[in-house]
Design a protein around this ligand. Structure first.
Ligand SMILES: *Cc1c(COP(=O)(O)O)cnc(C)c1O
Length: 395
């Protein structure tokens, strides 16, 4: 019998929905023309790209021509920051962001600092919410841009985006938000929330990998990041990824049509998961805001254990999860997000992120918690720290 996989890493990527794949297929095999070509054969492709752009624009209350397709969230984030700082360099060189952004933002900020920009990294509170007073106080006459994520990919905390938009507008500063985790999970309105630029990526909402968009409010003078042909109204060169764009359009349509019911069910399961874990596994905490968080996100810290060992043991039970350590880079530094919310290193090290999808069942959750209980206890039994702790408590 094939081993069952329980996939609880939907913040890393999601399964492309079969309906999405089906919508994409004709654009590989039948309608493969280049949308920029003049012959009739290419017309359908052009129309399909426009339809996807319209669907996405509508989902954000944006203008259709303000949606620019890119190769994903990282490109959109890079483009927004680099192009805005360049376009408005006459005004200044100051950018404000937070300490808990995705590396697509933080590493772009580091690059910009090397190019002469000044960056202020705003603190977050113990729940992962940005400090609005500090944010407003950080604004200078030379501040060009505020970039704060819509919702955090590790701990799920949703930021007060509407208030940030208001502050940015009052001070005449541009506002970009990395909405890669939020888009498709939360209702977003770029007009009423005063968002000038917004990044999203299809593979986080059951669409294909390698396609994203940047929303750029009309009137912003951003230049291209990718130079070449005149695609995307001369702002993003390269032959359009037509199947990807069509897939993104379909995924966005499904995500928004099903949002209310889907996220209610996911949040219900997530709450059940949190309740079981916190009540059945001692010395455990939930990271992130208790309620103002993405409906499918749970992030725990288990005292006395290493997140990496936990992941390996869960993997042996067929459970796909993620920890807070940046182990991909070969380092075992704890996550910058967990440190920013004030967790000590040793607690941040014992962290686990579980992110659900609409395919997650109650059985999956029960199985996961049962395994987790056993694994955490086994790992603690091998931990000298835990042994010391138990001895001390006995005295
Ligand atoms: C996944 C993610 C990104 C990067 O998106 P890609 O499409 O994988 O490049 C950026 N920001 C956040 C918050 C993410 O979760």
């Amino acid at each position: 019998m094939e081993k069952k996989i329980i996939y609880l890493d939907n913040a890393a990527t999601t399964r492309t929905k079969p309906e999405v794949v089906e919508a994409m297929l004709p654009y590989f095999t039948e309608n493969y023309g280049n949308p920029s070509s003049v012959y009739t054969f290419a017309g359908q492709n052009k129309a399909a790209v426009t339809a996807a752009r319209e669907t996405i624009a509508k989902s954000l209350n944006a203008q259709t021509q303000d949606i620019y397709f890119t190769a994903g969230g990282s490109e959109s984030d890079n483009w927004a920051l680099k192009a805005a700082m360049e376009a408005y360099k006459d005004k200044g060189n100051h950018l404000i962001t937070s300490k808990i952004e995705h590396h697509a933002i933080l590493h772009t900020c580091e690059y910009l600092e090397k190019q002469g920009c000044e960056v202020t990294y705003i603190d977050v509170d113990e729940n992962g919410v940005v400090d609005l007073e500090q944010l407003e106080a950080a604004i200078r006459p030379t501040t060009v841009l505020i970039s704060i994520m819509y919702a955090n990919n590790e701990i799920g905390t949703i930021q007060p985006v509407r208030q940030i938009g208001k502050i940015a507008k009052e001070h005449g500063v541009l506002f970009h938000t990395d909405a890669v985790q939020a888009y498709g999970q939360l209702p977003i309105d770029v007009a009423s929330e005063n968002i000038d630029m917004l990044s999203a990526s299809a593979h986080k909402l059951n669409g294909p990998k390698g396609i994203g968009f940047l929303y750029i409010r009309k009137g912003l003078k951003l230049r291209s990041l990718i130079h070449g042909g005149g695609q995307e109204r001369k702002r993003r060169a390269g032959t359009e990824n037509v199947p990807g764009i069509v897939g993104f359009g379909k995924a966005a349509e499904i995500a928004h049509e099903t949002m209310d019911q889907r996220t209610r069910i996911e949040a219900g399961l997530r709450n059940y998961l949190v309740k079981r874990v916190l009540s059945e596994i001692p010395y455990t905490r939930l990271n992130g805001h208790s309620s103002v968080r993405l409906p499918n996100n749970a992030n725990f810290s288990f005292q006395f254990i290493e997140g990496e060992s936990l992941l390996i043991m869960l993997d042996m039970k067929g459970i796909c999860a993620s920890s807070g350590s940046a182990c991909t880079s070969g380092s075992l530094d704890p996550s910058h997000v967990l440190l920013a919310i004030g967790l000590p290193h040793e607690i941040a090290h014992g962290s686990l992120r579980l992110t659900l999808s609409d395919e997650t069942t109650l059985d999956d959750i029960d199985y996961t918690v049962d395994q987790l209980k056993e694994i955490v206890q086994n790992l603690r039994n091998m931990s000298p720290l835990y042994e010391d702790f138990v001895k001390k408590n006995k005295k």
